[in-house]
Each structure stands twice: as structure tokens, then as C-alpha cells.
Design a protein around this ligand. Structure first.
Ligand code: SAM
Length: 219
């Protein structure tokens, strides 16, 4: 998804370096603890946050946790930042960068959850390496996650879901939760679910939402 360039968003991002890190040098360590009000709170990362409905809701619901929205596009980063400032979310940071560098942006064993929500499907076989559940990405997520950490993945795209199940399984991951119709699961699961913008749009059209939680534990 490419958002139309919004000059106000670019300006907002440029005016708030304390909230948005833009294309940091992957060779330089980011001092995340210093960027959060509560430096020792557990860290969760969303890759490809879009306009940020999911991560800003999570940040609001969980003041005892820290969140990073990792997003390629400046306009999307600006829209997330606007919500962060309006809602005073000092447990949310925005990182404008590429998920391909996630293992350089974060220390090893530093995050408890990595969320992948409605990632671009890249349906052509020749683009397989760009899918965020391709094995090279999984290797990086494994580094960044704590040993007890896990990935949470949602999509409306059956092809990407099938591919991802196979890719995670081939990587030796274990599944804690799999759903091929998340919005029609038991009420306690549905009530806990935080919708993304894409999820809201596709579910309203009647599309099933696929979801899984998976970890790298060895047993
Ligand atoms: N997660 C949001 C949702 O569910 O509504 C947005 C989904 S949109 C289809 C995918 C988002 O991922 C876009 O905002 C895009 O810019 C971002 N994205 C794609 N590839 C990325 C990458 N390699 N690193 C960081 N963000 C990426």
C-alpha cells in the first residue's frame, strides 16, 4: 500500500525526532531505553504499521508496555505520530525504516512480540524474498525476540497465509494459535482482538481473517 504523500505528515515527522527515528544508520546502536518514559517495560514491535490503528490502540490499552511501530513510509509515520501526540502515548515510538534491517535496529532478545499485520502479499514467485514471512525475515525476528517471545500474524490473503504457515513450519516454528476465521472464533478471542485498518475494511466486506501465533521454542 502506497499512501499519497502528505506534506503536513512529512513536516510533523521532521519536527519530532524525539518520537520518530528516521532511517537510522543500521551500524549505530539505538538506545531504545532512553527513548521511553518507562525504560524497563517489555517491548513489542509492529512491522508495517500503516496508519497505526492497531499499535496506537495497543499502546493506549497497555501503558505498562513499550511499543515500536516500524514503517517504511513517511506519510504513514506522520499519521501514527499525529495519534501518538493527540493521545499522549509516551509508550509508543515510531521507526521509519525497512524491516529488512530489524535485527540491526533492535538488540538480540529484546522484544516479547513482533506483530505482522496484513503484510504486502507479494504474490509473484519471483518476489517471494520480499514477503515478511520469508525465511530471511524469520531469522531476523528470531534474533530480536526473547527466547519466550513470539510472532502474531494476521492477513485476509489466503495465499500469503498458506505460504506463511509453510514457511514458519519449514523454519521449525511452533504454532500456539491458528485461525482461518478470526472474527468468528469464541467470544473471548474476538473480544481481545485489536483491529487494524486493513482488517476493518476486509472484514466489513465479509472476507475471513486468517491469524496465527508462533514461537521459536525448541521443544
Ligand atoms: N498493518 C496495517 C494494516 O493492517 O492496516 C497496514 C497494512 S499495509 C498493506 C502494509 C504496510 O507495511 C504499509 O504501510 C507499508 O508501507 C509497510 N511495509 C511494507 N514493507 C515494509 C518493510 N519492509 N518495512 C517496514 N514497513 C513495510
Amino acid at each position: 500500500m502506497r499512501l499519497r504523500n502528505k506534506p503536513w505528515a512529512v513536516k510533523l515527522v521532521n519536527d519530532h525526532p524525539e518520537s520518530v527515528l528516521q532511517n537510522p544508520d543500521p551500524q549505530e546502536k539505538i538506545d531504545w531505553k532512553n527513548r521511553f518514559k518507562n525504560p524497563d517495560a517489555p517491548l513489542q514491535i509492529e512491522v508495517g504499521s500503516g496508519k497505526g490503528a492497531f499499535i496506537t490502540t495497543l499502546a493506549k490499552q497497555n501503558p505498562d508496555k513499550n511499543f515500536v511501530a516500524l514503517e517504511l513510509q513517511t506519510t504513514a509515520a506522520g499519521i501514527i505520530l499525529r495519534t501518538k501526540l493527540e493521545e499522549n502515548l509516551d509508550n509508543l515510538q515510531i521507526l521509519r525504516g525497512d524491516a529488512a534491517d530489524i535485527d540491526l535496529f533492535f538488540e538480540e532478545n529484546s522484544a516479547e512480540i513482533i506483530y505482522l499485520n496484513f503484510s504486502d502479499p507479494w504474490p509473484k514467485t519471483r518476489h517471494e524474498k520480499r514477503r515478511l514471512t520469508y525465511k530471511s525475515f524469520l531469522a531476523k525476528y528470531k534474533k530480536v525476540l526473547m527466547p519466550e517471545g513470539h510472532i502474531e500474524f494476521k492477513t485476509d490473503n489466503s495465499g500469503l497465509f498458506a505460504y506463511s504457515v509453510q514457511s514458519l513450519n519449514n523454519y521449525g516454528m511452533h504454532f500456539d494459535f491458528v485461525s482461518v476465521d478470526l472474527h468468528h472464533e469464541k467470544p473471548e478471542i474476538v473480544e481481545k482482538n485489536v483491529e487494524t485498518e486493513y482488517e476493518h475494511k476486509f472484514a466489513a466486506k465479509g472476507n475471513p481473517i486468517y491469524a496465527l501465533h508462533a514461537n521459536f521454542k525448541t521443544k
